[in-house]
Design a protein around this ligand. Structure first.
Ligand code: UDP
Length: 318
């Protein structure tokens, strides 16, 4: 296949580039490098089967030659990023999805949308199956991300139903691994960075909120299986092992040998950062198991050790 990956210089996007190249495909990575980094794909430079185009997908996209698939991963998925850049977040989810779908229609190729567990908002159903419609505050600070992805899903289904584009929707739950940005503000890079610096881990609120963490290689396998499947309706991709943020902090401290413990940060001092912060999150992956014959294989401790090893090379030594 000849595949375009938007957000190809990002965390998940760059891992997808690697995997598709290993599988023998030709990859074009597109990124405006607003949150992605050229470092993530520098090792691919000069290959005949790889190209990079610096472009903002909210503007008209031109890609010469045929394409077999467009994977739309361009996004600002970290709460810190989307609170800082709310309008870009809305634009890349809405306008960027429209442009990339238009490209897929023009090329007559398959399209995969990287959607999110955030479409479920602060869920009232637990764990979350694809049939749950969600509990989202459209006007809260997280609304810019959640609603742009909900719009993106609606747009993908409209192109599927009206234009017969072969669309796929991956609802991606918290994913972690090497190449996450150290400063992206999310719990994995924050805690690992703090632990490697011997600092207390910053637990927001009481730390009883839960998340389920999927290692990036598992996620990439799921995305590719979904792309190659005939499933047009959304499919959850994530690891159903669920931890409270407190438990997660203990695991990070144990794996890094950090003695500094954790500090609880009162929600009132975090302002918008934690407004509408989902209290629980765990994917129901029954559909992915049945339709894609996919499930994660990398446990949290194993994936965290690989992530910690990678972060050690980037955090200044104590
Ligand atoms: N969190 C935390 N300390 C941090 C960063 C995040 O306690 O330094 C919490 C955050 O409030 C949320 C969970 O960890 O409940 C996951 O946050 P993240 O930003 O990774 O992404 P989210 O899953 O909310 O999109």
């Amino acid at each position: 296949m000849r595949v375009l990956i938007t957000g190809g210089a990002g965390f998940i996007g760059s891992h997808l580039c690697d995997r598709l190249l290993v599988d023998g495909h030709t990859v074009i990575a597109m990124d405006n490098l607003s949150t992605g980094s050229i470092d993530n794909i520098a090792h691919l430079a000069g290959r005949d089967d790889f190209a990079f185009i610096k472009h903002d997908v909210t503007n008209y996209i031109y890609v010469p030659g045929p394409l077999d698939a467009v994977l739309h991963l361009a996004s600002l998925p970290s709460p810190v990023d989307y609170l800082e850049k709310p309008i870009q977040t809305l634009k890349v989810g809405a306008l960027g999805t429209h442009k990339t779908l238009g490209l897929a229609k023009e090329k007559g190729c398959r399209f995969l949308l990287a959607s999110t567990s955030e479409v479920y908002g602060d869920p009232q159903v637990h764990p979350q199956p694809e049939s749950y419609w969600g509990h989202v505050n459209p006007v809260g600070p997280r609304g810019v991300y959640d609603e742009s992805k909900r719009f993106a899903e609606a747009m993908a289904m409209a192109y599927h139903r009206y234009h017969r584009v072969e669309t796929r929707i991956a609802r991606i739950f918290n994913t972690y691994g090497p190449r996450m940005r150290l400063d992206d503000g999310r719990v994995v890079p924050n805690f690992v960075r703090q632990a490697l610096l011997g600092q207390p881990l910053t637990i927001y609120g009481d730390g009883l909120q839960t998340r389920s963490f999927c290692y990036v290689s598992d996620l990439v396998s799921g995305v590719i299986r979904l792309l190659l499947s005939d499933e047009a309706e959304p499919v959850n991709l994530g690891n159903p092992e669920e931890y409270t943020i407190r438990e997660f902090a203990e695991i990070v401290n144990a794996l890094t040998g950090n003695q500094a413990g954790a500090t609880f940060i009162d929600r009132s001092s975090l302002s918008e950062r934690v407004e509408d912060d989902p209290k629980v999150r765990r994917p129901d992956i029954g559909k992915a198991r049945a339709r894609l014959e996919w499930e994660p294989t990398v446990g949290l401790r194993e994936g965290l050790m690989r992530t910690i090893d990678h972060f050690r090379t980037r955090v200044p030594a104590r």
